[in-house]
Structures are given as structure tokens and as C-alpha cells.
Design a protein around this ligand. Sequence first.
Ligand SMILES: Cc1cc2nc3c(=O)[nH]c(=O)nc-3n(C[C@H](O)[C@H](O)[C@H](O)COP(=O)(O)OP(=O)(O)OC[C@H]3O[C@@H](n4cnc5c(N)ncnc54)[C@H](O)[C@@H]3O)c2cc1C
Length: 295
Amino acid sequence: MLLPAFEYYRPQSLAEAITLLGEMGEAARPLAGGTDLLVNLKLKKLAPKALLDLSGLAELQGLAQENGKVSLGALNTASRLAVGSPQVPRVLSMGAGALGSPQVRNRATLGGNLVTARPAADICLPLLALGAQAVLAGPGGTREVPLDGYFKGPGYTVKEPGEILTKVLLEAPRPGVGGGYQKLGLRQAMEIALVNVAAVVMLEDDGSTIKEARVALGAVAPTPLLSPGAAQALAGQSADEAAIEAAAEAAAADAKPIDDHRGSAAYRRDMVRTLTKRALKQALAQAQGNEEAQA
Ligand SMILES: Cc1cc2nc3c(=O)[nH]c(=O)nc-3n(C[C@H](O)[C@H](O)[C@H](O)COP(=O)(O)OP(=O)(O)OC[C@H]3O[C@@H](n4cnc5c(N)ncnc54)[C@H](O)[C@@H]3O)c2cc1C
């Protein structure tokens, strides 16, 4: 399959990129790793007149930590996030490491995953569980959007066509906070999840009471979904088997799966229950500094 003809631009600053995008409107598409965009061009699902290569934009690069906040540039690849670092929460490394294959991970970016906004996206789900915010820059300036509220439907977000996603902001990893990630596919690799779950828990200073938790569910609704029931079942509870069971039941109840050729809704709901338990056990083990005890 050949790529169609397109004009190619490589802006050198975010301001230049926003101006170009403003001038060309819907005729131009930003290009990051190309793992979604170039495939869609080849399949003729999209036919933009121009591609705007983001790779020269310093504003979209890097990992930084300041005042307890971590800023992750949109051009960080899944491979870079999967390797991990003190700034990258483990749940995010796990999700990024589960995306595609090594070749895809070396190209696929955090920004591309968030803009593509598939319901099972392996980077979106951990970021949602982490309570991250997306930073969008456009002609009208910059705005920060909590990911809970950013996703609108499959491939559809609050991002306007003239905006560029520059980075995400999240709380820096700290003791007493842990994360877990579970992905079920029909194959072990190169697979969009049949169901995936990311969990983040924060413990009180006593190390055994759950202060707050977020469980994000993938592939069981039109968007990545936070389970309010699981959060409610865990907050203020002792970090034990009973709390995990209650949260898993609540997550299964919050899921809105559909039947399709890959699996039935009932099977997906069952798997939400199972994967939520496993992800929470991983999260609690990390929060308690006892990762050997992971499920
Ligand atoms: C073989 C294969 C396997 C895959 N497996 C998985 C998987 O297991 N899990 C998974 O989640 N995904 C998977 N994907 C999908 C894809 O790799 C990811 O969604 C990836 O994160 C997209 O990032 P990208 O940098 O390649 O985006 P691109 O393809 O460059 O862009 C995707 C879209 O986002 C827009 N865009 C990109 N960056 C920005 C930005 N900063 N601001 C504004 N708009 C932007 C582009 O204009 C385009 O519309 C797979 C893809 C392939 C081809």
C-alpha cells in the first residue's frame, strides 16, 4: 500500500506550528510517530492535504519534575515511558510497555495515543487512573483539561482541530502511592486489549488504609472509563481482600461492554472483575513497598 501525495511541513517552534495549523485548518494534520496516521492515510480513511511534522518542537519533548508535578512531553514514545524513570509512575510504564510491538513502541507517542483516543488505548488508561491533565495549545492560548472529561467518544476528544497537545501533567510518584496495569487480548502481543484495567491507590500514613483510589477501564465503553463505584468502594477502607472484591464488583457494574466478534459483553464484564482485582493487588503491593507480593 502506497502513501498518497501530501505537502510536508516541519515547523521549528510551537508558535509556528499553531500558525500553520490555523492557516490550513482541517486540510492539515499533525504528525507524531505516524503509527495511526500513516496507516489511515494508506487505507485512504484520511486524505489531508498537508502533514505537519511535530518532531522539531522542543516544547513537546522531555520529562520534567517541578513542585511535586511531573510534566511529560507529548512526543515521549511508548518505549521511553516503558523503560521508566523516577518521574514516570509504574502504572504508566506498564501500560506503555503493553502497547503493540517494540517497533511500534519506538515510534508511537503519548500525544498520538491521547489524540487517537481509542477506548482501549494503553497509554490513555494509566493516565486517566493517575488523574492526569492534558495541556492543549491553540490560537487562543493554552488550556489544561483533566483527562476525566477529555474523552468524548472513539477517536473523539475535547481537542479542537487547531490545537496541539503539548504535554500531560500529573502528580510525581511518591511513597504510599502505587499502580497496577492489566491487559487481556486474544494474543499476547500486537493486540488491542479485549479488556484492560489501570488502578492507582493512595494509602494513609498508617500504610493500611486506602485514602483514595482510581480504577480506569478500557474497551468496555466508547471511551476509557473511570469507575466511580470502585473509587467509592475503596476510599476509607482497609487495604484487604474484602475491599478489593467490593471494588471489582463495582467496576464490573460500571462497565458498559458490548458483544462483538472478539468477545461477549458477559465475558468482558467477568474479565473486568478479574483484571480489577489483579491490578489493585499490584497497586497495593507497590503502595506498601512490597512489590514481590504482586499478583
Ligand atoms: C501495528 C500496530 C499496533 C498497535 N497496537 C496498539 C496497542 O496495543 N495499544 C494502543 O494503545 N495502540 C496501539 N496502536 C495504535 C498507535 O500505535 C497508538 O495510538 C500511538 O500512541 C499513536 O501515536 P503516534 O505518535 O504514532 O500518532 P500519529 O499516528 O502520529 O497520530 C495519531 C493522530 O493524533 C494526531 N496527533 C498526534 N500527536 C498529536 C499532538 N501532539 N497534538 C495534536 N494532534 C496529534 C495526529 O494528527 C493523528 O490524527 C497500534 C498501531 C499499530 C500500527
